[in-house]
Ligand binder design. Structure first.
Ligand SMILES: *Cc1c(COP(=O)(O)O)cnc(C)c1O
Length: 409
């Protein structure tokens, strides 16, 4: 019996240049972004300038985490206590967490079997709630039709903040993910597309929103040291009214990230071949549904999802257990209580959302795997082979009617 021996959580080591850059920062000790000597430009400011260039955004701000980027973005566009914020029913806990952090209330929107926000339900919820903000999560790298979404939101005065934690390096209609909405938020946490342990980036073309974000991030009165920022005049009218929420990125993390930016395109290409290899290996598995991607979507395959729409919970749990025995770390979104990074909108009691009858069966049949770049194509062939065999074997047992798990050995 084939067993997979690799690790689903092992990312690649940092590139030599990142290690060298980090040693330099450690050597001089000026880790705080505003601690510079005469003539020196902070690593954090350079990172912002380079990421703005990479995405084509006017402005960029480096922050302590992706979650911090979303909180700061919401606050920067004026979302506050009691406001309603629309968001996908399928996302990660820091998204509703960011909404809760500004005292706002989440209105969850249904998702489609392709794991993108349901635009019909979005239109209905915009009408029913009168919410003026959408925190759109491109969860696990799945992008909805951004042209339709922006047209709908534009028509109703709904401002869009994009959560691009899984779409750094992805494009929709030729534009980088994060460039369609008013602000785009990225994470540089270890499991995302560039790695500084923790970290976040926020981009925008909007002068007022970005000036407020920079002040909120905790820039004291040193905003003139930012290179990818609005003109100082924009800050004049805001600086005494905007609280300091201390969420800065430091120079050490910025120095580690800068050398990774030029590597992003090559990483995206490798992720794509891992993803495609997995998809080919599973395309003839009975009952298994892969997500469909729009022609305008250039995605990053840093994780892999599939649905087993005909299965019940027992078969799902059997598959997770059998896959684990063979070294395949499969997550399932149908469990009653959250496990690890897998939680569901109805687990977030702090965000007490209404039921989503279309999303529930999708999440109950949804499986998820990381595809770290330490995997080879041969690894993906083997993982797909193991999953295919286990799914076929479970299928042969018929529907999971008798109330017990199938045997795991
Ligand atoms: C990781 C992630 C974030 C942000 O995470 P941080 O850990 O705060 O950097 C936001 N949204 C999604 C969908 C994520 O997976």
């Amino acid at each position: 019996m084939d067993i997979f021996k690799g690790s689903f959580t092992q990312q690649e080591p940092l590139p030599e240049q990142a290690i060298a850059a980090a040693m330099q920062v450690l050597g001089h000790g000026r880790l705080h972004r505003y601690n510079v000597v005469a003539g020196e430009t902070a690593e954090a400011a350079l990172l912002e300038q380079e990421f703005a260039q990479l995405t084509g955004a006017k402005y960029c701000l480096a922050l302590a985490s992706g979650g911090a980027a979303m909180r700061i973005a919401l606050r920067a566009i004026g979302v506050g206590a009691g406001d309603l914020v629309l968001s996908n029913g399928f996302t990660l806990a820091p998204v509703p967490g960011a909404i809760a952090a500004v005292g706002a209330r989440a209105v969850f929107v249904e998702v489609t079997p392709d794991l993108t926000i349901d635009l019909v339900d979005l239109a209905q919820k915009i009408h029913a709630s009168s919410a003026k903000t959408l925190l759109l999560s491109h969860m696990r790298g799945h992008m909805c039709d951004m042209d339709q979404l922006m047209a709908l939101c534009g028509a109703h005065g709904v401002r869009v903040i994009e959560d691009c934690a899984h779409t750094m390096g992805a494009h929709w209609g030729g534009a980088p993910s994060g460039r369609h909405g008013l602000m785009g938020c990225y994470s540089t946490q270890t499991y995302k597309h560039i790695n500084s342990g923790e970290g976040g980036l926020l981009i925008s073309d909007d002068d007022q929103a970005m000036a407020r974000a920079i002040l909120l991030s905790g820039s004291y009165m040193l905003y003139e040291r930012h290179l990818a920022a609005p003109e100082p005049e924009v800050f004049e009218g805001l600086k005494l009214d905007t609280p300091n929420m201390s969420s800065r990125m430091d120079n050490l993390r910025a120095s580690i990230l800068r050398p990774q930016l030029p590597l992003l395109a090559e990483r995206v290409a490798r992720w794509r071949s891992l993803y495609d290899t997995m998809a080919v290996g599973l395309k003839n598995t009975r009952g298994l549904r892969l997500t469909q991607r729009g022609a305008s979507e250039a995605f990053v395959g840093s994780s892999f999802q599939f649905l087993m729409p005909e299965w019940g919970a027992l078969h799902a749990q059997t598959l997770v257990a059998r896959a684990a025995k063979r070294g395949v770390d499969l997550k399932w979104f149908g469990a009653d209580s959250p496990m690890g990074f897998t939680s569901r909108y109805d687990h977030w009691r702090f965000a007490a959302g209404k039921a989503l009858p279309k999303t529930d069966p999708i999440l109950k049949s949804l499986f998820d795997m990381r595809l770290p770049l330490t995997f080879t194509l041969a690894d993906c062939v083997l993982i797909a082979k193991i999953l295919h065999a286990e799914i076929q074997s479970i299928n042969q047992a018929g529907p999971d009617a008798d109330g017990t798990l199938l045997s795991v050995d």
